[in-house]
Design a binder for this molecule. Structure first.
Ligand SMILES: NC(=O)c1ccc[n+]([C@@H]2O[C@H](COP(=O)([O-])OP(=O)(O)OC[C@H]3O[C@@H](n4cnc5c(N)ncnc54)[C@H](OP(=O)(O)O)[C@@H]3O)[C@@H](O)[C@H]2O)c1
Length: 299
């Protein structure tokens, strides 16, 4: 068994500037971990680090674009220099463009795979050797139901999130006997914070209040996955068992369920909104500046 006590452990949490990441950081710091918050947005990272430090945590903000190989190497160096050897890596940063797959450029598809899969795999590779030397470490990869059931317009994102589940499974099997373990956190819809809640507000759609998980619960479950060395934790709303059964045993039911639950319609609204935004951005690029009378695509 490789249960890891978070007291005094050094933990990296990617995606620490907004959404679910800060809640994961709160939960790990609450158990006594020293936390490095990683994301690109420096001001937001600084605010979150200050909040944790005010609550008594040892925390640093490390601005970095995790899709850059050099930035990944530098961020590990900074964390090890300032907080000590890395015991826990939470690969939480991620996101989707929420657009029709055939309209994405090759670079956009590549970017989605890099953010949601490659950077997590390569960050893990960077910390693994040290963890093995010390015989102590845990990697948590934050995945999504999208990796298991087919939500519309998520082709590249779903491929990456499903890939993350497979990566975690093999990592865990290969290294657990040497003291390094791995867990997958599978998320459904999240309320209060995160990309789903932000998108709903931006696009003007209502998310069903009973179908959402609170981000603080995701933080707590992440800490639990590490402490108890859980293989996989699905943090799902209300009818969690039903969703879990569909996800695990009948993934083919996904499209019918999406139709019946109105998910298809909601995702269509979001995708149309994002397509309008993308067209507007392309028009602005070719005009060499902002166009007047921005419509639904205005942020
Ligand atoms: N919210 C949901 O409903 C939901 C559902 C299922 C799964 N998930 C998964 O949960 C995780 C967190 O999602 P969220 O809702 O918290 O998303 P979010 O609110 O959009 O936050 C994403 C985080 O990732 C960081 N990030 C993005 N690109 C980055 C890059 N290149 N380098 C470093 N950091 C980067 C962002 O910071 P910067 O922009 O400052 O870099 C931000 O801190 C993701 O993996 C997502 O796929 C979320």
């Amino acid at each position: 068994m490789t249960k890891l006590d978070l007291g005094g452990a050094t933990a990296i949490v990617t995606g620490g500037s907004r959404g679910i990441g800060p809640y994961i950081a709160d939960a790990l710091a609450g158990q006594g971990a020293r936390v490095a918050l990683v994301a690109r947005s420096e001001p937001e990272l600084a605010v979150n680090a200050r909040r944790l430090a005010d609550a008594g945590a040892e925390v640093i903000a490390v601005p970095a674009d995790i899709t850059s190989a050099q930035a990944r190497r530098e961020l590990i160096e900074v964390v090890e220099r300032r907080l000590g050897p890395v015991d826990v890596l939470v690969n939480n940063a991620g996101g989707d463009l929420q657009r029709e797959f055939h309209n994405l450029t090759e670079d956009e598809v590549q970017g989605l795979l890099e953010l949601n899969l490659t950077s997590a795999v390569l960050l893990t590779r960077l910390v693994l050797a040290g963890m093995l030397e010390r015989g102590r470490g845990h990697v948590v990869n934050v995945s999504s139901m999208a990796g298991r059931v087919s939500f519309p317009y998520t082709e590249a994102y779903a491929a990456a999130k499903d890939g993350l589940i497979a990566f975690t499974r093999v990592l865990r099997a290969d290294y657990r006997s040497r003291g390094v373990s791995a867990s997958t956190i599978i998320l459904g819809p999240v309320g209060e914070a995160g990309v789903g809640a932000r998108t709903a507000e931006e696009v003007g759609i209502k998310l069903p209040p009973v179908g959402l998980v609170a981000p603080a619960k995701i933080g707590r479950q992440t800490a639990r996955a590490i402490r108890r060395d859980k293989r996989e934790l699905a943090v799902l709303p209300g009818p969690g068992r039903l969703l879990r059964a569909i996800m695990d045993r009948f993934p083919g039911l996904g499209p019918a369920l999406n139709r019946a639950s109105g998910t298809n319609k909601t995702m269509r609204t979001v995708a149309e909104y994002r397509e309008r935004e993308a067209r507007l951005a392309a028009a602005e690029r070719s005009a060499g500046g902002p166009l007047s009378g921005r419509g639904a695509g205005e942020r």
